[in-house]
Design a protein around this ligand. Sequence first.
Ligand code: AMP
Ligand code: MN
Ligand code: MN
Length: 327
Amino acid sequence: MVINMDKIRDILNNSKKIAIAGHVRPDGDCIGSSTALYQYLSLYKKELGIEQVDIYLEPYGDQFQLLSGLEGIKCSCAGNEVYDMFIALDCGSKDRLGVVSEIFDLAKTTVNIDHHISNTMFATINHVAEASSTSEIIYTLIDDDKITKEIATSLYVGIIHDTGVFKHPNTTSRTMTIAGKLIDKGIDYSKLINDTFYAKTYKQNLIIGRCLMESILVLDGKVIVSSISQKMMDFYDVTTADLDGVVEKLRVTKGVEVAMFVYETNPSEYKVSMRSTGKVNVSKIAVYFGGGGHVQAAGCTIHGRLNDAINNLTLHIEAQLKEINEV
Ligand code: AMP
Ligand code: MN
Ligand code: MN
């Protein structure tokens, strides 16, 4: 069922015990929307008739420590708690919930609040809307006068991360209006942008530099590819959470239509991040390989050999570029 409810109270429908979770390897929008909703439900618990609200998130980058609502996080481990309602946020498909999908299955009602075009509508109630971010959707579900400075901080961080600080074309005038309303709550927006989006540790800068140095251009310079092995991550003492900024740097290379960044997550298992100027629909390619995302930003996980993964993905990009006579 696709619904068009405009208030969270309707969605909650008197549920007493609620769980909130985001996707695996949480990004800014996932953390922002989850902590915002968690804070809202915790703060207005009584009024909403809620007895218990839990938040599940996998480990996240240190830059997000400044958000409120993180203190309540339960480890993303398999459990057998039965919730009246399980709300999945920023999750295009059930498998993206990771191990908590087991708790999702046990819940009496499931809700999916998201903005990915590849969303598989996997819950009982699916609120999937066209928006810059899940955080933007959460804003539209809550009355403005109920949004505290702390909730506004979470939502603002979510929006800046998915819009690349208001530069991606998913930024609309509504996004900017909402951002303005959040600024009116007294948030330290400049610090939030600098500290959660732009700030990099020395190690993160080194790994970005290394990935740029080792990048290659293929398909007449229309595609840029870079990859990093687990061994190299160990060498620089970084984890996958430190690789956030790499694809963003690859993406801005002049003449490039698609940037592809591949990193090893387990032996013979690679996470692929793709970014496109819009001519190539990278979500379509990611979906083909079992992942998903948006037209201009998508990802998937591929098993096998690194070179095969890159070759196969490149073939799909080439096919789309040929369709529009770009190669
Ligand atoms: P990333 O490249 O990981 O930054 O992801 C880009 C976009 O694609 C984000 O909106 C992700 O939520 C989405 N995405 C990444 N990996 C997957 C996947 N395996 N399945 C579905 N969506 C994904
Ligand atoms: Mn996300
Ligand atoms: Mn998102």
